[in-house]
Write a protein that binds this ligand. Sequence first.
Ligand code: SF4
Length: 381
Amino acid sequence: MSKTLINTFSKKLITWHGVSGRSGLPWQGNQDPYAVWVSEIMLQQTQVATVLERYPRFMKRFPTVKKLAAADIDEVLAEWAGLGYYSRARNLHVCAKQVMQEFSGKFPSDPILLERLKGIGRSTAGAIAAFAFRERAAILDANVKRIFARLFAVEGAIQDKAVNDRLWQLATDLLPSQSENMPVYTQALMDFGATWCTARKPVCIGIEKKCPFAKDCQANLSDQVLALPQKTLKAKSPEFDCDMLLVRAGNFVLLQKRPSKAIWGGLWSLPESPWRPRTERAHKSAQGLKALLSITLLEENISGLLKSFKGLKQGNQIKHIFTHRRLWMQIWELSSSNTVEFSNSNLKWVSLSQLGRYGLPQPVKVLLLGLSPARDGDLKN
Ligand code: SF4
C-alpha cells in the first residue's frame, strides 16, 4: 500500500474538489440531518437529474422529520411514485417514526446509532454523520468502491466479503485527520467517483483531463483501470408474464393495494394474476372472463362479479424492466355496470380525477393517466 497516497489523498481530493467538484446541488452544504438523510436515500438508486427535480418537491411536502412521521404512508408513496425502489419510501416513513419515538425527533450523530435506523446502511450512516455532524465516518458506495479498488489495485470480486472489508479499511485509513474537513471530503469523494473516476470513461484513459492521482494509482500504473473493480458475472434477468385487469365503471377504475413486501410494495395497482415464468414466446390468451377473474380477484365472489362485469377485451401488453427481472403485463379491459362492493379493503374504486393521490407503479400510472373520462358517468351504486 502506498504510504504517500494514504498521507496525501484527502488533501489532494479536497483541492481537486475546489476546482472540479460539483456545486450548486440543492442538498449540498445543508447540515440539517433530515435534509441530508432524504437526499442520500433518494440518490441511492435514482439519477441526479431526477433527484434534482424530485428532492425539492419532497422537502416541500415533508419539510421536517415530524411532518414525515405524521404523514399517511399512502401520501409518502404517492410523492415517491416514479422514483422506483419503493422500499426506500416505506423505510423513510418507518425511520422518521423511529427518530420521533426513540430520539425525540433528533437524528443521532453516532454512525453506529444511525445504522440501527430502518433503511440506513453503513455507507449512508457515514454520509449523514459526516455531512451533518462532521464525524470522521467513512462512506463506501459503489462509486467509492471503484475509486479505492483502482487506486490500490484491489483484486477479487467486489461482492466478496474479504474485498469489501479491505475497501472499508482503506475508506477509514484515508479519512482526513481534521473533522471539520469531513463534509467537503465526503462530497469530493462522491463527485470524483461520479464525474472523473467513472466506470467506463475514467479521465486517465482520455487526454482532456489529468487525474491528480495518476502517478500513484496502481490500476493506472499497471494498465488495469477498466478491469477494476472486478465483478462476478450476472445471470440473465428472469422474465415473467402476468395478467392485469383494467376494470372501469364510468369514471372510476378498480385498483388493488399491493402487499408491502412485494415489488412495488404498498402501491396501488391493477388487480393482477400471480406472475408465471415466461416460457412461451407469445402470450397465451386468457381462457375467458370467469377464468381471468378467478386468477386476479382471488377471494372475491366470481359469480356475483360476472353479473356486473362485461365486454372483455384484450388490451396492450406492457413490458417493464426491473433491475433483476422483466415483467410482461397483459392488460385485459372490461367494464362494470356499477361500482361493485368488495369484501377486501385492498380493492377500491378510484375516480380518474383522483388518481394523483395514489402511489401507482410507473407503467400503470402511464396507462391510467392516458384513459379518457367516460361520456356517461351515471352509474348504479
Ligand atoms: S488514475 Fe484513473 S483510475 Fe486512477 S483514480 Fe485517476 S481516474 Fe481513477
